[in-house]
Design a protein around this ligand. Structure first.
Ligand code: FH3
Length: 286
């Protein structure tokens, strides 16, 4: 595909609509077929007017700059983009098995082997991102898609930045995944993604995130404070039915102090991961 999408001016007529896929945070997504090659892509269509009055054009530029330079099997590719007088079009990799959060809603919780596989795949993608000094900052089920073999694809880099960073935009959407240092508007490092990995692991196994909160828009001010306090105080209760390995990994990621969170290299070697993914065992040692 990269040959076919060699840098040249693309336009909407190069593609034909297959079907609407859903909505991202800003704009609609469609599966489209590139007419010459028959290649199916996901096309995210954003209205310039919406971007401008939400002051999001710089965030979109950053999303494009970051995601188009990333090449990793667990990160959704951004192949190219183009615009016309009213819209911006992002040509993204199509993930055939769709949105992970829908499968989590259907299954309610994942068995430990499945959660462990996803956490391992995410850890490899985050290690790649952090080596490039990119923080995603918005790792949550809604931003995870599934490839043709059910493998994780991190998408939606709308909130990613180059580390270290301090947040300039007001956060909207759920607070569930925001670590204490971001909740307090402090400077934050790539360790924010470690916190989100811990929240995800908990939600995969328990069926809801540990510091349940409504989205920030609907929070009345006093509730909002209570949500922040709960996240900041890190009141964590882990259900007993989880394995000791699962509890151990979650506790080591949901550390209030960002520097005490388990490093990604150690996440990949944690028993909760190696027990299910046959990593480091003799079986797959070449
Ligand atoms: C992370 C994110 O932006 N999510 C919202 C957008 C909705 C569809 N988007 C897709 C994007 Cl950006 C890429 N690939 C997708 N594949 C699907 C999908 C496949 N099936 C069978 N069902 C669906 C749905 N959707 C996408 C992303």
């Amino acid at each position: 595909i990269s040959r076919a999408l060699m840098p040249r001016e693309w336009c909407l007529d190069d593609f034909e609509l297959v079907r609407p896929l859903g909505k991202g945070q800003f704009g609609r997504v469609y599966s489209m077929r590139e007419r010459r090659t028959g290649f199916v892509v996901a096309m995210k269509v954003l209205l310039k007017s919406e971007l401008l009055n939400a002051n999001m054009e710089h965030q979109l530029r950053r999303e494009i700059d970051i995601q188009s330079n990333l090449k990793h099997k667990h990160i959704l590719r951004l192949d190219t983009f183009f615009h016309d007088e009213s819209r911006v079009y992002l040509v993204l990799e199509y993930a055939p098995q769709g949105e992970l959060y829908k499968q989590l809603q259907k299954a309610r919780t994942f068995p430990e082997w499945r959660a462990s596989k996803y956490i391992y795949e995410l850890a490899t993608a985050l290690a790649y991102l952090h080596r490039k000094h990119v923080i995603h900052r918005d790792i949550k089920p809604e931003n995870l898609l599934l490839g043709c073999n059910g493998e994780i694809k991190i998408s939606d880099f709308g909130w990613s930045v180059h580390a270290p960073s301090s947040r300039r935009n007001t956060m909207c959407g759920t607070l569930d995944y925001i670590p204490p240092e971001m909740v307090e508007g402090q400077w934050h490092s790539s360790h924010v993604d470690l916190w989100s990995l811990g929240i995800l692991c908990y939600e995969f196994l328990v069926g809801h995130p540990p510091f349940e909160s409504k989205t920030v828009e609907t929070e009345a001010d006093n509730d909002r404070e209570s949500t922040f306090r709960r996240i900041a105080k890190v009141e964590l209760t882990i259900p007993d039915h989880l394995s000791d390995d699962a509890k151990d990994l979650i506790r080591k990621l949901l550390q209030r102090n960002p520097d005490q969170r388990l490093a990604l290299e150690r996440v990949m070697l944690h028993p909760f991961i190696t027990r299910h993914n046959g990593i480091g065992s003799s079986k797959n040692r070449s």
